[in-house]
Design a protein around this ligand. Structure first.
Ligand code: GLC
Length: 806
């Protein structure tokens, strides 16, 4: 716990007035602005040295005050209240206190008094500030993005400081002084903190009524969140302005939607980026890469993308190729493209400090490198040795970087992989690296470095190729990174603990605005083995981003590395992913529109389910598939929790009613997977070798008949998968509503969108799961189900099917 005993508490409000969007108060020589962002969202800011920083970070990408929200202010001697239709903000004058409640009186945030009865609404010391809030011991905490350990963050504290976790020089300060039994003493443990990505956004759930609130502190300095105390939680930032968005909830999806309205949502991803990715840090040659591609095709392992790690470069100089190993890059890329493979290369921010190397020389000429206080070019240590860093805080550096990336991609690549962007500086501490032409200290932008790098990269790609959806994969990030990049979870270990860790880490990122996530499949460091690899593949093919990646020097972990038995099962897993791509893709489309995660904790859709609060060894993929991975060696069965509703075992079609725990047998050929009753899961009829050019004439629609009355909606979006035309209506979006009333089941499909040139679908194959009579009525005409199936001619129009449950 950070010692704040010397901090100066703000205790008394001197005056206040109503302003356009809320209230302005004066206290302790500073100003406090309380502004209504939405009926259920309020922003609180405290000036420093009397003035406000109006854009403290690059996280928020809209004008938060653009909407006119009705509010009223009333006051008494003690307290001023600002009321909207959903919440009441109470500003207590002396002692100073700020509380927010919903209109029904339930708490959103309440200042916590210490043992002496003093409130810590805001206290500051030498640029740092802290706030303390009330909680109940049983309440739960979620979010904060990429964090280790369990989904419910209660009982732990976390630092927000983007960190290259495998670097002993950079992690020492976080491991030092911890006894060996403290898992945080070991940087490869499943509790180590901090990690690569910092997202100062979390949820607090009331145990009593299950309601949630959200808090986003828009500050990029080193943050600290402490949830270890029984009755309060503490937020601390080492610098910068106190700017907080408070979300009254009470529903998690609404809070996430509001948070991502402010910080942005992912763009619609290219379809190929949802395919299987093969990556490896290895000294590949062009011939080896082409053979690798061929091997995937020969062995019928679907795969869309091959990745090149740092060894493809000339001496680790970014934007160069090792021409000995890769003598004919354009030829290689063309041939791979013809086989349906895209290629992605790594681009680290570090530019080799090497006068005469064109990228370095350009950077010097354009004056776009980070400087020290004295005006030197800052030097750190990365792969090429001495390395300079683009000053992404400046528009000029971002534009330059965007141009370099655009040219690199236009040479025939499909995307960009950004690594070491915490920024990682190796043995040399990053502190002397300043930003904005030397104007700003390192701490101000450290956590935003990757965000700014991805911003420049994406802008450059879109400038050069406005019609092409972008793909950038980033290791580090900050709130808002989802607008520009997907994230992988950095350097994990090839062990079962890290396989498990990737579940709460992915769902934690998902509910923190970043939907496009995945861990290195198989494990990055260490020798993986047949069982671990297979279980990892079976799981990862049901996660948002599915990339096999491992470090140099460890055993091969290709799909075929453990012989035919494993290879066949791995192929099955990848094929299932490809067949599910219409469903997975549509989940991404939803993420781009509402912020809803693709890999989600059960608590997201089942907020009032007490079991779901601490459940982090299973999750939902999109709204309607429940995945329960095999997370230990040698397991022959596992417990699976099914929340409320009807759940169909994907493999046996058996329907089970939740909420309940069941025992699921674990055979080696698959992991437990369940479909929600009421859902329509769209599938391609076959798994293509690559998504490239694949537009099938038939789409399978798997309808899961619910056991109880009610209705449920599902969506399928079909579009060209590569351009932004879908956003302007060039798509076919089918919305299904499955309604059950007694034994009568109706599937209604409505369609919108203008279609698109490559659209060739002419048929839906309806597959009914659940016992129903053989005769169904399609748009008024009787049809007979054959083995639960019926084909419907459909080129993008509405239809209705009526079924009788038996
Ligand atoms: C870092 C990355 C890893 C990559 C390696 C070499 O460790 O996290 O993915 O393979 O650098 O570039």
């Amino acid at each position: 716990m950070i010692d704040t005993s010397n901090y100066v508490r703000f205790e008394r409000v001197d005056s206040f007035e109503r302003i356009e969007h809320g209230l302005l108060a004066r206290l302790h020589g500073e100003q406090l602005r309380i502004e209504v962002v939405g009926d259920d969202v309020v922003r609180v800011k405290l000036s420093r040295g009397g003035s406000f920083d109006e854009s403290p970070t690059f996280a928020v990408c809209v004008d938060p005050l653009a909407d006119r929200i009705d509010f009223v202010v009333d006051e008494s001697d003690e307290v001023v209240r600002l009321r909207t239709s959903a919440m009441v903000v109470s500003l207590w004058l002396e002692p100073f206190r700020l509380d927010v409640h919903r209109t029904d009186g339930t708490p959103v945030v309440e200042a916590a008094p210490d043992l002496a009865g003093n409130y810590w609404t805001y206290a500051t010391l030498n640029d740092a500030f802290t706030i303390r809030r009330r909680t109940r011991p049983e309440d739960a905490i979620y979010g904060l993005g990429e964090k280790t350990g369990h989904q419910n963050r209660r009982g732990r504290d976390f630092t927000l400081w983007n960190t290259d976790i495998l670097d002993p020089a950079r992690t020492k300060e976080f491991t030092a002084g911890r006894p060996p039994e403290d898992l945080r003493s070991e940087r490869t443990s499943i509790e180590f903190d901090p990690y690569y990505i910092s997202i100062p956004f979390f949820y607090h759930q009331s145990h009593r009524d299950g309601s949630m609130i959200g808090s986003f502190v828009d500050n990029g300095y080193r943050g600290h969140y402490d949830f270890t105390a029984r009755d309060e939680y503490r937020i601390h930032f080492a610098g910068g302005q106190y700017t907080e968005y408070i979300f009254a909830g009470p529903r998690m999806p609404d809070i996430l939607s509001s948070y991502t309205r402010l910080t942005g949502r992912m763009a619609i991803p290219p379809m190929w980026s949802l395919g299987y990715h093969q990556c490896r840090w290895a000294k590949y040659t062009q011939t080896a890469i082409e053979q690798l591609a061929q091997r995937h095709r020969d062995r019928d392992i679907p795969c869309d993308t091959l990745w090149l790690d740092i060894e493809y470069m000339d001496g680790y100089r970014v934007f160069t190729w090792n021409t000995e190993a890769f003598p004919d890059v354009p030829g290689m890329l063309t041939r791979l493209g013809q086989q349906g493979f895209g290629v992605i290369t790594i681009i680290d921010p570090g530019v080799k400090y090497d006068p005469g190397y064109w990228v370095f020389d350009q950077a010097i000429q354009r004056n776009v490198l980070c400087k020290t206080d004295g005006g030197d070019v800052y030097i750190g240590q990365v792969w090429p040795g001495n390395t300079a860093f683009p000053d992404f805080v400046t528009e000029a550096a971002r534009a330059w970087w965007g141009e370099l990336n655009a040219a690199h991609v236009q040479s025939g690549l499909v995307g960009i992989w950004n690594d070491m962007n915490e920024p990682a500086t190796g043995a040399i501490p990053p502190d002397a690296m300043r930003f904005g032409g030397g104007q700003y200290p390192h701490e101000r932008f450290h956590n935003q470095y990757a965000l700014l790098m991805a911003m420049g990269t994406t802008a450059g790609l879109l400038d050069a190729m406005p019609d092409k959806r972008t793909f950038v994969l980033s290791r580090a990030g900050f709130s808002g990174i989802q607008r520009y990049a997907a994230n992988w979870m950095g350097d994990n270990m090839a062990n079962w603990d890290h396989l498990w860790l990737s579940v709460p880490m992915a769902t934690g990122l998902g509910i923190s605005g970043q939907a496009f996530v995945g861990a290195d499949v198989g494990g990055f460091e260490g020798d993986t083995n047949a069982e671990l690899f297979l279980r990892w593949m079976q799981y990862a093919t049901l996660t948002p981003f599915c990339r096999n990646h491992s470090a140099i020097g460890w055993v091969d972990q290709y799909a075929w590395s453990w012989g035919e038995v494993v290879e066949d099962l791995v192929r099955d897993a990848i094929r299932l992913r490809y067949r599910l791509l219409p469903y997975i893709y549509t989940s991404f489309v939803t993420a781009s529109e509402t912020g809803a995660p693709v890999q989600r904790p059960l608590i997201f859709d089942h907020q009032h389910d007490h079991v779901a609060r601490d459940l982090d060894d299973e999750y939902l993929l999109g709204p309607d598939l429940l995945v329960a991975p095999a997370l230990r060696a040698g397991l022959t069965a596992r417990q699976v929790y099914l929340p409320e509703g009807t759940w169909y075992d994907w493999h046996t079609d058996e329907a089970v009613s939740g909420p309940r725990y069941i025992r699921a047998e674990l055979t080696m050929d698959r992991i437990p997977l369940y479909a929600r009753g009421g859902a329509v899961i769209s599938m391609w009829p076959t798994a293509p070798p690559s998504t490239s050019g694949y537009q099938p004439a038939t789409m399978e629609l798997h309808v899961f008949v619910p056991a109880t009355d009610g209705s449920h909606r599902s969506v399928l979006q079909e579009d060209d998968g590569t351009t932004f035309a879908a956003n302007d209506g060039a798509r076919v979006r089918t919305t299904f509503e499955v309604t059950r009333a007694g034994r009568q089941v109706t599937v209604r499909a409505d369609v919108d969108g203008d279609g698109y040139p490559a659209f060739v679908r002419r048929q839906f194959d309806l597959v009914i799961h659940g016992a129903v009579a053989d005769i169904v009525v399609v748009d008024g005409a009787q049809r007979t189900l054959d083995g639960g199936r019926v084909g419907l001619a459909n080129d993008g129009h509405a239809f209705t099917v009526e079924l009788q449950a038996t």
